[in-house]
Design a protein around this ligand. Sequence first.
Ligand code: FDA
Length: 307
Amino acid sequence: MTAAAANAGLRRVIFAAADSPRVRRLVGRYGMKLGAARFVAGETLDEAVPVLRRLNGQGLATNTTLLGEAVRDRAETERVVGEYIRILDRIGDEGLRCNIALKLTHLGLDIDEELALANLRRLVEHARTRGNFVRIDMEQAPYVDATLRTYRRLRADGLENVGTVLQAYLHRTERDLEELLPLRPNLRIVKGAYLEPPEVAMARKTDVDAAYARLVDRMLEARAFVAVATHDERLIARAVRAAPSRDAFQIQMLYGVRPQLQLDLARRGYDVLVATPFGPDWYPYLMRRLGERPANLLFLLRNVLRR
Ligand code: FDA
């Protein structure tokens, strides 16, 4: 068996295990102490703020996310909106170089698309009053249409301080990009973090990498600002070479993933943003980080053995 096939197998096992209530209970109870803190800047805003400040002090821009998704209760979405308003205000008051990224299912997309849109609109409007920006993360494939529709509706209402994400692994994405380009969109390009069936997503890493490079090239060629969100040095170097200038793109990475590379690039003068989430509902996020790199499981297990 090749290393790639073994990795893909392990990845499927991790995603399947993530759904098990026992695994969820166990990791939920001990995960933060055992290593989730590598990827998550704490469970509260008060814990996250010093982390954001430290990253800013190191020359890194940031965004933050209150972790959470798949909310099925209207009142809970109202609470989430209130939390994000508090986050935006705190960012402004503290003078942090930080914007926010959020998931539409955290704002009620599973309940009603109009509810998620109304909740998001409140946040984007509030962010505008504070000179801030909101990015809509991209979730599993069945949410892509609604996410792009929501993004377009906000843009049609004249809101410019909003962006979204395109996933290179989806067969549909190059077409989506062509349709979005006339808007001069602010897009983050990622490879894609979910386990998707072959009908909707490419399975081979080399195909995903090639699609990623084509998407970034196309955005640069169209003079659209592109957030190159990857830890893949080859793809970053490629974007750097293709970009007409340094302000045509931003390099984005995840908190806890390749921190030295983040610093090196920032020291070389590139605009680097570190996506730095926090919150008590970190379980699905951690599982996606393990799924991306099954070797991270060893990191967690080593911490178990050390205790
Ligand atoms: P790849 O997986 O090929 O990794 C390249 C190298 O980076 C690896 O060899 C390894 O060294 C390192 N690396 C990658 N992941 C690691 C990890 N978890 N732990 C340790 N090392 C790791 N996805 C999505 O579907 N919707 C979204 O909205 C977002 N948003 C988002 C924002 C930002 C800022 C980033 C950086 C990523 C996302 N993603 C995402 C996740 C994305 O789809 C993808 O799963 C990860 O970025 C991992 O893929 P890479 O591009 O890094 O390449």
